[in-house]
Ligand binder design. Structure first.
Ligand SMILES: Nc1nc2c(ncn2[C@@H]2O[C@H](COP(=O)(O)OP(=O)(O)OP(=O)(O)O)[C@@H](O)[C@H]2O)c(=O)[nH]1
Length: 370
């Protein structure tokens, strides 16, 4: 981010910069919006008795409730900036697999052409198995976000990423590397046998398809090499966004909206039928659903109705990331001082559902109600 920021400044094209990592200690470049200004990560840990990742997710949840305001601000600035660069938390799973991560991504993607840059630490990915795991992660993000993606092989000052390019374009070369790697590890030499062999073979088609949708660039944040290539790739992906992704996204959103509308109608009809309410012609409202039972939740009635109680026997241990206060004893939260998080999310999400920019707010509201 720091190098990209300074590179764009040197091109007389400064970006609009947003930091979404609540836990970062220092941001070594100027940001226009910083999650840390509105959410104090340590306070979140303290107030909600959370560990590092839980606190990141909670901070993002709190921030996502204000995403309409953020989008409005960025929209107002869009004539002055060609690029808006957004840094996500280093623990990408906290962002990618959380509801708030989806809301934030979705909000940007439905307002601006949005491109994902997946940064790979090249020297740490020279082993084909590590490389494949990393590519699978990238693949899951691509399929989850349905946004154009660039795989950025960073740290090329330490190790060039030509090997990765070869593996991504010639699958036999990749299989060969894997085979050699397994030989090195004394795990046999036949690619067709063993768990890894069959896994790789069965995934080859899927990965080929995945690679065909990507752009890959090599760069070094240390020297600045490759950043022009990265920006060219971004421009190309922005065009692709307009041509293909936007249309596809709109189609999916429309489909989802229609399904939601149908589901609502079905539920309403069923409810009216159950209550014996007649329509305006005096006929009993006929339900157009079959006799299947609508399940409201997956909770099974058990001893604690899905709530796992804290082990009473467990001794209280003061861990590094806990912040005991006078309000807390043995990790128990004083109800009178603890803000009702659920209610705060609910209130905040409801205010997010106000009309923002066309579909965005509606989608967020739909997402939450789902
Ligand atoms: N040699 C070399 N080191 C780099 C390069 N880019 C980053 N580093 C180093 O890699 C380390 C991690 O870099 P960060 O920029 O903190 O990585 P990050 O992805 O933002 O980390 P999180 O988001 O916190 O996970 C730092 O020590 C950097 O100095 C590079 O191109 N070459």
């Amino acid at each position: 981010m720091q190098r990209l920021n300074s590179h764009l400044h040197s091109k007389k094209n400064p970006p609009y910069a947003i930091n979404l990592d609540p836990a970062v200690l220092k941001v070594p470049y100027g940001t226009h919006i910083d999650i840390r200004d509105s959410i104090k990560y340590k306070k979140v840990m303290e107030n909600y008795q959370l560990g590092p990742n839980g606190a990141i997710v909670t901070s993002l949840n709190l921030f996502s409730t204000k995403i309409d305001q953020v989008i409005n601000i960025v929209e107002k600035r869009q004539d002055n900036y060609k690029y808006c660069i957004i840094d996500t938390p280093g623990q990408i799973e906290c962002f990618v697999w959380s509801a708030s991560g989806s809301i934030i991504t979705e909000s940007f993607a439905s307002t601006f052409p949005t491109v994902i840059a997946y940064i790979v630490d090249t020297p740490r990915n020279t082993s084909p198995t590590t490389f494949m795991s990393n590519m699978l992660y990238a693949c899951s993000i691509l399929y989850k976000t349905k946004l154009p993606m660039i795989i950025v092989f960073n740290k090329t000052d330490v190790k060039k990423a030509d090997f990765a390019k070869e593996w991504m374009t010639d699958f036999e070369k990749f299989q060969q590397a894997l085979s050699e790697d397994r030989e090195l590890n004394g795990e046999g030499d036949s690619m067709g046998s063993g768990y890894m062999g069959s896994l790789v073979n069965s995934m080859s088609l899927m990965l080929e398809e995945f690679y065909s949708q990507l752009d890959m660039v090599q760069c070094s944040s240390y020297t600045g090499a490759g950043f022009d290539d990265f920006l060219n790739a971004v421009d190309k992906k922005m065009d692709e966004y307009e041509k293909y992704y936007k249309v596809e996204r709109e189609r999916i959103l429309k489909e989802k909206a229609e399904k939601l509308e149908n589901d609502k109608e079905r539920s309403l009809n069923k409810l009216m039928n159950d209550l014996g309410i007649k329509d305006k012609n005096g006929e009993k409202k006929k339900s157009n659903v079959d006799d299947e039972v609508e399940v409201l939740s997956d909770y099974e009635e058990g001893e604690h109705d899905g709530i796992i109680l804290r082990d009473e026997e467990e001794d209280y241990v003061e861990r590094e990331y806990t912040f005991p206060t006078s309000d807390r004893e043995k990790g128990e939260v004083n109800e009178s001082t603890e803000p009702d998080l659920q209610k705060r999310y609910q209130d905040a999400f409801e205010s997010t559902a106000k009309p923002v920019s066309g579909e965005t707010a509606k989608n967020i509201a739909r997402y939450i109600s789902q």
